[in-house]
Design a protein around this ligand. Structure first.
Ligand SMILES: C[S@@+](CC[C@H](N)C(=O)[O-])C[C@H]1O[C@@H](n2cnc3c(N)ncnc32)[C@H](O)[C@@H]1O
Length: 202
């Protein structure tokens, strides 16, 4: 299997370019689904914690906070700009002490204790943009570690069987489980259902 250059620098550049432009405030559509599934997850007390992997500029956490999804929220992102922008988006919640925002690469570590979160979610973030297989395994093992037993991991990622109009056609790359998007040449990981079942089995 080939090794691919990490997307980290590309995210740094993209965030620096978009920092002073319009910041999206509407959540990703998947967030509404997550909200609707909240009561299906077993929690151990009324005090619950939620982590967003790759929180970007904070629009998803903002929506969940406004809908009182959880008692406490954390967001991790690769770039300083994302942490700065999400701190601004979520400034009231940060002031109220219900949000913690951290800079970090979740392919290395999720800097929280074991069995800490009731809910973890990743909306086309690390699950899509980690391109190193060892880091991907480490990421899934970290998710398992920080989730409470019975907690929920929600994710949005592309299926390998999909149609990728916004990516360069490249069958060999797709065979390896990746597409390269036209907009900025970033690599995205795409998954078969079997692969995800194996990665998520813990
Ligand atoms: C497509 S954006 C989505 C942002 C946010 N989830 C949203 O829906 O607005 C992907 C985000 O994941 C972050 N990201 C990518 N790889 C990451 C990693 N290994 N660790 C932490 N964050 C990562 C990027 O910096 C970027 O903010």
């Amino acid at each position: 299997m080939a090794t691919y250059v990490s997307n980290i620098d590309k995210w740094e550049n993209l965030h620096q370019k978009s920092a002073n432009k319009f910041t999206r405030t509407q959540p990703n559509d998947t967030i509404k689904k997550i909200l609707s599934l909240k009561n299906k997850v077993r929690t151990y007390s009324d005090y619950t914690r939620t982590l967003e992997i790759g929180c970007g500029f904070g629009r998803n956490l903002s929506y969940l906070i406004n809908h009182k999804f959880s008692s406490y929220y954390s967001g991790i992102d690769l770039t300083k700009v994302a942490i700065q922008k999400s701190s601004e988006t979520l400034s009231t919640a940060v002031k109220n002490g219900i949000v913690d925002l951290k800079l970090g690469n979740v392919g290395h570590q999720i800097n929280y204790p074991d069995n800490y979160f009731d809910y973890v979610f990743d909306i086309m973030s690390a699950i899509t943009f980690i391109v190193d297989e060892k880091e991907r395994k480490q990421y899934f093992s970290e998710i398992t570690r920080v989730l409470k037993p019975g907690g929920a991991y929600f994710f949005l990622a592309a299926r390998k069987e999909g149609k990728f109009m916004d990516a360069y056609p490249d069958e060999a790359l797709l065979e390896e489980g990746y597409i390269r998007r036209k907009i900025d040449s970033m690599l995205e990981r795409v998954y078969t259902s079997e692969e995800l079942a194996t990665l998520l089995s813990p």
